[in-house]
Design a protein around this ligand. Structure first.
Ligand SMILES: [Zn+2]
Length: 188
């Protein structure tokens, strides 16, 4: 009985919130060896985004923080998001397009625009109504799908149809006359 319990908690408690940290829930080991839980990792992502290339997780900026720096960052998250909102006209969410891939499409069929990028702040879900901001112009559109490029947890349900601040994601929009290029934004 006792042994089982020890095993379950073997990476200890999150120094930020006191929850048990678990690798399966994407706990992150910080520079000073402290391990913060997956929930705190998600909250801090807006300030310390996941590398754009999911294979590049060795360069995760969160891993360079100490526990006290992470604690300090936690206290600044709300203000940080508020600054973003102010900068982006009080939109609830912003996605930055890094790469565009156009697939399919024909005379009567609209092509699918595959937009690779990162959620700057807020979150996006499949079927959200949003706007494409292209060279200062806004164009209303519906998001056909939203996929997270790295899972928040090992549970695959978390990775589908929803992407949050600081995580790389793929957003697909199927539309005939859509002008979109690298550097454009999806806003909500
Ligand atoms: Zn925590």
């Amino acid at each position: 009985m006792r042994r089982k319990q020890t095993k379950r908690l073997d990476i200890g408690f999150c120094p930020l919130c006191g929850r048990a940290a678990m690798w399966l829930e994407n706990a992150v080991k910080l520079q000073d060896g402290a391990v913060i839980c997956g929930e705190c990792v998600r909250k801090l992502r807006v300030m310390h985004p996941y590398p754009q290339d999911p294979k590049d997780n060795k360069n995760d900026p969160l891993k360079n923080l100490t526990a006290s720096q992470a604690m300090e960052a936690m206290g600044k998250v709300t203000g940080f998001i508020e600054n973003f909102r102010e900068h982006f006209d009080y939109k609830n969410a912003v996605f930055v397009v890094n790469r565009v891939n156009k697939e399919g499409g024909g005379l009567f069929k609209a092509p699918v625009h595959c937009l690779y990028g990162r959620v700057l702040y807020g979150s996006f879900s499949t079927h959200d109504d949003a706007m494409v901001k292209h060279r200062g112009n806004l164009h209303a559109c519906r998001l056909q799908s939203v996929q997270l490029m790295v899972p928040y947890t090992d549970s695959p349900t978390h990775a589908e149809d929803h992407a949050e601040a600081g995580y790389p994601a793929l957003i697909e929009i199927q539309e005939k006359n859509l002008n979109i290029e690298t550097g454009d934004l999806i806003v909500k």
